[in-house]
Design a protein around this ligand. Structure first.
Ligand code: GAL
Length: 701
C-alpha cells in the first residue's frame, strides 16, 4: 500500500516534469537555433592593437574556429573622439575583417568608459563613493548612472551607433555597457541623491508614509519633505543607518542600473533588426546589481572567473579549478531570468587581478566550457583573444600569448572544445526528452533579493551570510543530481515538484498563500532559518515571532539563537549528529507535525530543529538551523525527495552531471576520479567514463 502511494506520487511528479519537457524556459530562446547547441567566441580590442595586426589576428581567430567576436565595450573615446563627432570607420573595418574570416560580431555600447573630454567638461557625471571621494577618469565605470548629463551623452552615442549599424547582418547581438556594477560600490553623488529622492517620492507619494514605513519617529529622524532625505551612508553616520532606508537604497540602486540599461535598450531596439538580441553581462555574486530584475532586456548573461585565489574548491588542487557550484549556480540563475543565457566572459587561464593568480589545472578551462554547455548556455565568449602588452590587464592570459601568434595552453583547450562541439552537433536530436528520473527531481530555489539585502544589512551574527546559506541548499541539490532553476517570485511555481525558499525573511500573506496552494497541489516546499520574520518593508510583524508562516509550517517559532564559532551546537536527525553555530530557529511543532531533527545541547536541548508536515497532496518542511558544512541541509533535502517518492542519485563532492538537449554531460571539480554509469545502450561521445579531476564526459542514452 505504502509503495503504491509512493509510486502514484512519483508518477504524478514525472508527468508534471515531462509535461514541461525541460526546465529551461523558452522566451528568449528564439534568438538561438537549438541545433547550433552552443557557439564559442573571443574578445578582441582592435583599438588596442596596431592597425597592421588586425587582419592577422582576426584571420587567426577564424582559423582557430571561433564563431564570433566581441567589440567595443570600452571604445567610446574612439567612437566619439570629439564631442558630437562620431568615427565608425575603424570599427567598420574591424567588423568587415571579422566577417571576411567567418566571424559574427557582438557589438557593445561603450558606456562604462566615457572619454576624458566628457568628464572634464561635465565633472558632475562622476560617481562619488561612500567616503565622499569623486571617482576620476583613469580607469572605468567612474560615472554615475543617475546623472542626467551622462545619460544624455550615452543616449547620443548609442543612437549614433544604432543608426550606423542598423540592418547590419554581420552583427549577431548587442551587449550594453560592461559588467555594470561599480565593482560592488554604491553611488553617493549629488545626482544619485536626487534620483533616490525621486524614487522615494514615487514609491511613497507623501512624506508621512515614508516616515511611517521607515520608523523615523525613533531618534528624531522624521522628515518634513523628501528633499531632506540623504542616502543612508554608514561612513557619514555615528550609529547604524535606518534599516528601511538602507533596504530602499539597495532597491533603488538596483532599479537605477536596470533603468539605465533599459534606456539604452529602447534606443537600440528602434533601429536594429528584430533577430539581433540585446543583453548585458553581470557578475553573479555582486549584490548591488540584481540580474533577476533585468527583465527589460532580451536576456542577461554572466561573466565568470573561478581561479583567482579566492575559491579554495575541493581538495589540494581545488584552487586551480574553483567550486562546482560556481558555474552551476550562474547557469541556473541567469537561464531562469528570461529563459535563456550565455557566458559573456569566461576566464582564459591565469588572470591579473586575483588575491593570487594561479595556473588552472590542465583541462580546467575545457571543463568550464563544457559545464557552461551542460547548464544550457547558448554561447561562451572567452575573455580575451590576446594577452595585452600594455595597459590595465598585463599578466592576463589570452588565447594568443605575448608574441601575438602562439596559442596559449588555454587557447589549445578552447580549440579542442570547438572541435568537440562540432563533432557532437550531428547527434543533436530535436525530439530528445529529459530523462524521467532526472526530470522528476526538478527543483526550484526561490531566491529573494530583498531578503538578501535586508539580511546583509542586519545579519545579527558575524557568521550569517544569505548567499552562503542559500548555497548550502543549492550545493546539496547538485550533489543529489537535481536539475535546478533559481527563480524569483514572478515565476510560476507549479512546474517544480520541489521548491526550496532559503531564508525568506521578507514576505506577505499573498506569498504564504501561494506556498500553501503550491504544497496542497502536490509541491514539496522547504523553508529555512529566518523565514517570515518581517513584512515587505522590513517591519517586524505585530504578532508572535514569524507568525504569518505558523499555519503553513504547522508549528511556532519560539525564538532564535546565535553562538560564537568556538561553541558547537548539536542537532540529531535519525542517528546522525550535526553541528551548528551560525543560526538556529527553535521550533514548537503543533500536534500532527513530524519532528525530523532535535537540538541536543544548549538550554533548549530536546526542542525541534527540523519539522515536516503533509499538506494536501504535498508537504512543508521547515529547517531551523544553518550549519557550516551543509550536511544537515543536504540530508533534509534527501529525506524530502525520499518521502515524496522521488528517486535520487548521489554524486560525490565536485561531480556535476547535467542533461541538456539530449546530451548527458559530466564534469569533475573533485580530487578523485568518478566512474560514470553509462547504460549499455548509451554511447560516450567525448571523454571517458572514468571522469578524472578536471575531466569531461559527454554521452547519449
Ligand atoms: C571582467 C571585466 C573584463 C576584464 C576581465 C579581466 O570582470 O568585465 O572587462 O577586465 O574582468 O579578468
Amino acid at each position: 500500500m505504502h509503495c503504491l502511494i509512493r509510486c502514484k506520487k512519483l508518477a504524478l511528479c514525472l508527468l508534471t516534469a515531462l509535461a514541461i519537457n525541460s526546465s529551461f524556459a523558452q522566451s528568449a530562446d528564439k534568438f538561438f537555433p537549438k541545433k547550433d547547441l552552443m557557439t564559442i567566441g573571443s574578445y578582441y580590442y582592435p583599438e588596442q592593437w596596431p592597425h597592421a595586426y588586425w587582419e592577422r589576428d582576426l584571420k587567426k581567430m577564424g582559423e582557430l574556429g571561433f564563431d564570433f567576436t566581441h567589440f567595443g565595450e570600452f571604445a567610446w573615446a574612439f567612437i566619439e573622439p570629439e564631442e558630437g563627432k562620431f568615427d565608425f570607420s575603424w570599427l567598420d573595418e574591424a567588423v568587415a575583417l571579422a566577417h571576411k574570416n567567418g566571424i559574427k560580431v557582438i557589438l557593445c555600447t561603450s558606456s562604462p568608459t566615457p572619454p576624458v573630454w566628457l568628464a572634464q567638461k561635465h565633472p558632475e557625471i562622476l560617481m562619488v563613493n561612500e567616503n565622499g571621494t569623486t571617482m576620476q577618469h583613469g580607469s572605468r565605470q567612474q560615472i554615475s548612472w543617475s546623472s542626467p548629463v551622462y545619460r544624455q551623452y550615452v543616449s547620443k552615442m548609442v543612437e549614433a551607433l544604432a543608426k550606423h549599424y542598423a540592418n547590419d547582418n554581420r552583427i549577431w547581438g548587442w551587449q550594453l555597457d560592461n559588467e555594470p556594477s561599480h565593482y560592488g560600490q554604491y553611488d553617493y553623488s549629488e545626482a544619485a541623491q536626487k534620483s533616490f529622492r525621486n524614487w522615494l517620492k514615487n514609491k511613497y507619494q507623501n512624506i508621512d508614509s515614508l516616515n511611517a514605513t521607515w520608523g523615523t519617529a525613533f531618534w528624531s529622524l522624521r522628515y518634513s519633505t523628501f528633499d531632506q532625505v540623504r542616502i543612508p551612508n554608514a561612513k557619514e553616520l555615528i550609529a547604524q543607518p535606518n534599516p528601511h532606508a538602507v533596504l530602499d537604497f539597495k532597491r533603488f540602486s538596483s532599479d537605477e542600473v536596470t533603468e539605465f540599461l533599459g534606456m539604452q535598450y529602447q534606443i537600440l531596439r528602434k533601429h536594429i533588426p528584430a533577430n539581433q538580441w540585446i543583453t548585458t553581462n553581470l557578475m553573479p555574486e555582486h549584490a548591488p546589481v540584481e540580474p533577476t530584475r533585468m527583465t527589460n532586456l532580451d536576456f542577461v548573461t554572466y561573466t565568470k572567473y573561478l581561479v583567482a585565489g579566492y575559491d579554495k574548491g575541493i581538495g589540494p588542487q581545488g584552487f586551480r579549478m574553483g567550486s562546482p557550484t560556481s558555474i552551476a549556480y550562474a547557469n541556473d540563475l541567469f537561464r531562469s531570468v528570461n529563459g535563456t543565457t550565455g557566458v559573456m566572459e569566461l576566464q582564459p587561464g591565469q588572470v591579473n587581478w586575483g588575491k593570487f593568480n594561479p595556473q588552472p589545472l590542465a583541462g580546467t578551462v575545457r571543463m568550464w566550457i563544457w559545464h557552461a554547455f551542460a547548464g544550457g548556455n547558448k554561447f561562451v565568449c572567452n575573455y580575451r583573444f590576446k594577452q595585452p602588452l600594455t595597459g590595465g590587464e598585463q599578466y592576463h592570459y589570452g588565447i594568443i600569448g605575448t608574441d601575438g601568434v602562439s596559442v596559449s595552453t588555454s587557447g589549445v583547450e578552447y580549440t579542442q572544445v570547438i572541435k568537440e562541439l562540432k563533432s557532437i552537433k550531428p547527434q543533436y536530436d530535436a525530439n530528445a526528452k529529459m530523462p524521467a528520473a532526472y526530470a522528476s527531481r526538478l527543483t526550484a530555489v526561490l531566491y529573494s533579493p530583498d531578503s538578501r539585502w535586508e539580511e546583509d544589512n542586519q545579519p545579527q551574527t558575524y557568521q550569517w551570510d544569505y548567499m552562503q546559506h542559500l548555497m548550502r541548499y543549492y550545493g546539496g541539490l547538485k550533489q543529489l543530481n537535481a536539475p535546478v532553476d533559481v527563480i524569483t517570485e514572478d515565476k510560476d511555481f507549479s512546474k517544480y515538484p520541489v521548491m526550496v525558499a532559503p531564508s525568506y525573511q521578507l514576505l506577505d500573506a499573498k506569498l504564504v498563500e501561494r506556498w500553501r496552494r503550491y504544497a496542497e497541489n502536490g509541491g514539496h516546499l522547504i523553508l529555512t532559518s529566518r523565514t517570515g520574520q518581517k513584512d515587505r518593508n522590513g517591519k517586524l510583524w505585530e504578532m508572535k515571532w514569524a507568525e504569518p508562516i505558523y499555519n503553513l509550517i504547522g508549528a511556532k517559532i519560539s525564538f532564535y539563537d546565535l553562538m560564537p564559532d568556538s561553541v558547537k551546537g548539536t542537532i540529531q536527525m535519525n542517528a546522525r549528529i550535526y553541528n551548528w553555530n551560525n543560526w538556529a530557529d527553535i521550533i514548537e511543532p503543533n500536534a500532527g507535525t513530524q519532528v525530523w531533527a532535535t537540538y541536543t545541547n544548549q538550554f533548549y536541548a530536546g526542542k525541534a530543529a527540523v519539522i515536516n508536515r503533509k499538506l494536501g497532496k504535498g508537504s512543508v518542511t521547515f529547517v531551523g538551523p544553518d550549519t557550516d558544512n551543509g550536511d544537515l541541509e543536504k540530508d533534509v533535502l534527501r529525506r524530502v525527495y525520499q518521502q515524496a517518492g522521488i528517486p535520487i542519485k548521489e554524486l560525490p563532492a565536485g561531480v556535476i552531471l547535467d542533461w541538456r538537449d539530449g546530451f548527458w554531460v559530466g564534469v569533475n571539480y573533485g580530487d578523485r576520479p568518478y566512474n560514470v554509469t553509462v547504460p549499455t545502450n548509451g554511447k560516450v561521445l567525448i571523454g571517458d567514463k572514468v571522469l578524472k579531476p578536471a575531466g569531461v564526459v559527454v554521452w547519449k542514452e
